[in-house]
Design a binder for this molecule. Structure first.
Ligand SMILES: Nc1ncnc2c1ncn2[C@@H]1O[C@H](COP(=O)(O)OP(=O)(O)OP(=O)(O)O)[C@@H](O)[C@H]1O
Ligand SMILES: [Mg+2]
Length: 279
């Protein structure tokens, strides 16, 4: 096995991790029973790292992000940011969802500024922040445009800007480019790398797309479904920007795909499988 295929156990980081999932278990109450969505999930993410989580539909990827941003606090185990338990929605994390979720009646600038809504920021500062983000994502000149006047890729850039406007240390992306055509998707992936470099952030990306994961992440976490748990963690030891046509890139992508498709048993149909009746 090549070095790029080596499993990441300990990369020898000196500083404590910025994000630590420890023994996380999440159970949903479904139809009078329980559905174990996440089991024994352990993951450390270090400052500046880019980590991708890949796994089949329903294996718990979005659930993990929701737990990390404090949208759902009902879980077992611990999730810590900067060694402090996640207590609620904080400004450490910016989040970009699969659909851009822009408000159609607000302009690009106002959609981005929404991210600042809960922060005590005066009008001038708000304007300054929005302008900075508009430039960062390459939308200068479109501040006054409405979402219906944008292409899919542009709308997704607005969503990324909104995720970044609180100046988060961690950017969470849930299938951010899922709705885009292949070419725009590649372009957005390249832009995201540039944003990551300029904004100096830690990234946690959820995606179905193995190539996207290998292109963007330092580590790729493969989840097994029902319950969602880590099957394997791949270290991507390739320099950025990565060559999608390169041999090592190809081998790594194939190895991850194999792990995803061959090792995983078919998930049970909802809501049977690991749904247990409540005692
Ligand atoms: N609010 C909820 N109530 C009950 N079950 C839920 C809830 N949210 C998620 N689940 C279940 O938890 C499991 C994981 O869901 P999750 O949305 O995290 O999957 P995912 O990996 O993000 O899937 P996809 O790739 O399709 O977005 C699924 O079986 C789903 O049915
Ligand atoms: Mg999801």
């Amino acid at each position: 096995m090549s070095t790029a295929l080596a499993v990441a156990e300990d990369r020898g980081f000196d500083a404590p991790p910025i994000v630590r999932f420890a023994s996380v278990r999440k159970i949903f109450a479904v139809n009078g029973g329980e559905l174990e969505a996440i089991r024994a999930f352990d993951l450390d993410i270090h400052e500046g790292e880019s980590v991708a989580i890949v796994g089949s539909s329903g294996c718990g990827k979005s659930t993990l992000l929701r737990l990390l941003v404090g949208l759902d606090r009902n879980f077992e185990g611990s999730i810590r940011i900067d060694d402090r338990p996640v207590r609620g929605i904080g400004s450490e994390c910016g989040i970009v969802f699969q659909e851009h979720r822009l408000f159609p009646w607000l302009t690009v600038a106002d959609n981005i500024a929404l991210g600042l809504a809960s922060a005590a920021v005066d009008k001038a500062e708000r304007h300054r922040q929005v302008e900075r983000l508009v430039r960062l994502v390459g939308l200068d000149g479109f501040q006054k445009a409405y979402p219906h006047q944008l292409s899919g890729g542009m709308a997704q850039r607005v969503a990324i800007a909104r995720g970044l406007v609180v100046d988060p240390r961690i950017l969470l992306l849930d299938e951010p480019f899922g709705a885009l055509d292949a070419l725009t998707r590649q372009q957005m992936q390249e832009e995201l790398l540039a944003v990551r470099e300029r904004a100096d952030i830690t990234m946690l990306l959820v995606t179905h797309d193995v190539e996207e994961a290998v292109f963007l992440a330092d580590r790729v976490v493969v989840l097994a479904p029902r319950p969602g748990r880590i099957r394997r963690v791949f270290q991507v030891g390739l320099p950025y920007p990565r060559n999608r046509g390169g041999l090592e890139f190809h081998r790594l992508r194939e190895a991850i795909l194999h792990e995803l498709t061959h090792a995983a048993p078919e998930p049970a149909a909802f809501p049977s499988g690991n749904v247990k009746p409540v005692a």
